[in-house]
Design a protein around this ligand. Structure first.
Ligand code: 0O2
Length: 193
């Protein structure tokens, strides 16, 4: 991205990762176990920004288009358990320097592809990063496994090609979600012993 505010997006990613580190440390002490098992951040490539701008009906990836793309800065936290995903989201809500402007709960309402994840669209409120938006994706280890393979196998392919394997991937996504529920139940049963 050869745009003057690229450093701001990079900075946003670093700040969000630092926040997630702190949240992980606090929750891990509180619950005596690791809550976030992995995290990563990425700046959307210029090619991907241009494609998304076109998909959203913008002729070119100008400032207006960039403002409409919420995931130029993207951060992902992979959690051990399903309920941890909501714990992390709740902890992020307490941060004064950002505002959660939109929540896309694809855990409660999975996408037709079978994609399950909790997306928080945040906007920074501090002067230095004012109006910089970012997307935080929160999901479990199991759902991350599904999403990564789906991304490779289907997500970025043409519709016809993707259609052939879509049903099978949707089914596996339900299997993964069931497994996540069972793991929470098992953890709770063990804790009650
Ligand atoms: P990449 O390559 O991961 O960056 P909207 O802004 O609401 O109009 P958008 O941005 O598509 O539409 O929102 P959404 O649904 O929150 O999707 C944002 C990101 O979620 C995607 O970014 C993917 O990372 C992920 N995602 C969404 N649907 C799927 C899916 O079916 N499978 C997988 N594996 N990931 C998905 P990008 O920019 O599309 O792609």
């Amino acid at each position: 991205m050869n745009h003057y505010f690229k450093p701001k997006y990079e900075c946003a990613i670093r700040i969000l990762l630092a926040k997630l580190e702190v949240i992980n440390a606090e929750l891990s002490i509180e619950l005596s176990r690791t809550v976030i098992t992995g995290m990563s951040g990425r700046l959307k490539t210029w090619e991907s920004i241009e494609k998304k701008a076109a998909r959203k009906g913008y002729g070119k990836a100008d400032e207006k288009a960039l403002a409409a793309i919420c995931d130029i800065a993207g951060v992902r936290a992979v959690c051990a358990y399903m309920d941890d995903v909501y714990r992390v989201a709740k902890a992020l809500q307490k941060h004064q320097d950002l505002r959660i402007v939109r929540i896309k709960d694809y855990l409660k309402m999975p996408k037709s592809s079978g994609y399950r994840s909790l997306h928080l669209i945040i906007r920074f409120t501090t002067d230095d990063l004012k109006d910089i938006t970012a997307e935080i994706q929160l999901r479990t280890i199991a759902l991350d496994f599904w999403a990564c393979l789906d991304h490779q196998l289907r997500y970025k392919r043409g519709k016809q090609e993707a259609g052939l394997i879509g049903e099978e991937l949707r089914e596996y996504s339900s299997v993964v979600a069931d497994l996540d529920r069972k793991m929470v139940e098992l953890r709770n049963r063990i804790a009650a012993i």
